[in-house]
Ligand binder design. Structure first.
Ligand code: F6P
Length: 326
């Protein structure tokens, strides 16, 4: 690859706490190498709309502690079409951009892969609260999302114990139950339901009831948004069997609360490492890859292998959670 002069950075897909720390790392890492760095507004949509502006070191000051993304993000269906991608490539060409860093999750990195297929130099940085990207152990944002969910679980346990009520907490995770699994284990949940696991409402309710029978004063279920046994299925079942179940059930859906707020220290450090690694990767002449951390080390994986693949949550940990909930 000829030596780089101008790079651009964008954040795409669902925002994740720590994205700003990654933008800061990419910007300052790029500037340190003598490159010009441009911000693309609102993800791939900004490439279609040609909303690029130069970034200086001071422009990314005071953002490391901010949630969301100062660059803006969007899901951009037009970019999935060949005409949308052609428009994006035309913008990059017009603005003289040599390489692009894409900070985002699964859908976004499929977008990166499609630019790489067109021979444009692109490096992906894994950022999604769902933590479902292939080629990376922990994505930017998921530590914060787990901790927000955990705080809700801890708070709900207070009322659950005081009123002998069961609670079902729904957290985000459409295709991957990582947040529910980790927050459920950390919060001592009696039951955890994931997209990766088979559980039906009768079984879930029976496990909550069994917790009371074992002398517990509370029973908590943590349910991923995309679980096969979701809160809707549970509430329908509860509505039909309220009298036999023998306890009161309340549901709390956390929704986008899980994605908001200030990033944890772990997410800021991870984002700084991955953002800097994206720059080092480009400087070394590599492109068309996702930078990730696997077993503590920075690794790169071809975007062609990342696109369309998913890293599921480790459902074998459900057994551990069950033992601990005795
Ligand atoms: O991909 C991250 C995620 O937060 C999922 O857990 C969730 O299902 C989805 O995004 C929600 O997307 P949106 O913000 O577009 O409604």
């Amino acid at each position: 690859m000829p030596s780089l002069k101008k790079i651009a950075v964008l954040t795409s897909g669902g925002d994740a706490p720590g994205m700003n720390a990654a933008v800061r790392a990419v910007t300052r890492g790029g500037l340190a190498r003598g490159w010009e760095v441009f911000a693309v507004r609102n993800g791939f949509a900004g490439l279609l709309g040609n909303t690029l502006e130069p970034l200086a070191a001071r422009d990314v000051g005071g953002i490391i502690q901010m949630g969301g993304t100062v660059l803006g993000s969007a899901r951009c269906p037009e970019f999935a079409e060949p005409s949308g991608r052609a428009e994006a490539l035309a913008t990059l060409g017009k603005r003289g951009i040599d390489a692009l860093v894409v900070i985002g999750g699964n859908g976004s990195q499929s977008g990166s892969a499609s630019l790489a297929r067109e021979d444009f130099a692109v490096v992906g940085v894994p950022s999604t609260i769902d933590n479902d990207l292939y080629g990376n152990d922990v994505s930017i944002g998921c530590d914060t999302a787990i901790n927000i969910t955990l705080e809700a679980i801890d708070r709900l346990r207070t009322t659950a114990s005081s009123h002998q009520r069961a609670f079902a907490v729904e957290t985000m995770g459409r295709n991957c139950g990582y947040i529910a699994l980790m927050s459920g284990i950390a919060g001592g949940a009696e039951v955890i339901a994931l997209p990766e696991s088979e559980l039906n409402p009768a079984e879930l309710a029976a496990r909550l009831r069994a917790a009371y029978q074992r002398g517990k004063t509370h029973a908590l279920a943590v349910i991923a948004e995309g679980a096969k046994c979701g809160v809707k299925e549970l509430m329908d079942y509860y509505g039909q069997h309220r009298h036999d179940i023998g306890f009161d059930l309340r549901v709390t859906r956390l929704g986008h609360v899980v994605r908001g707020g200030i990033p944890s220290a772990a997410d800021r450090v991870l984002a700084t490492r991955l953002g800097a690694a994206a720059i080092d990767t480009l400087a070394s002449g590599k492109q068309g890859v996702l930078v990730g951390i696997v077993k503590g080390d920075i690794v790169t994986t071809p975007l062609s292998q990342v696109a369309g693949k998913m890293r599921p949550a480790d459902a074998s940990l459900l057994e551990l959670a069950r033992t601990m909930a005795r």
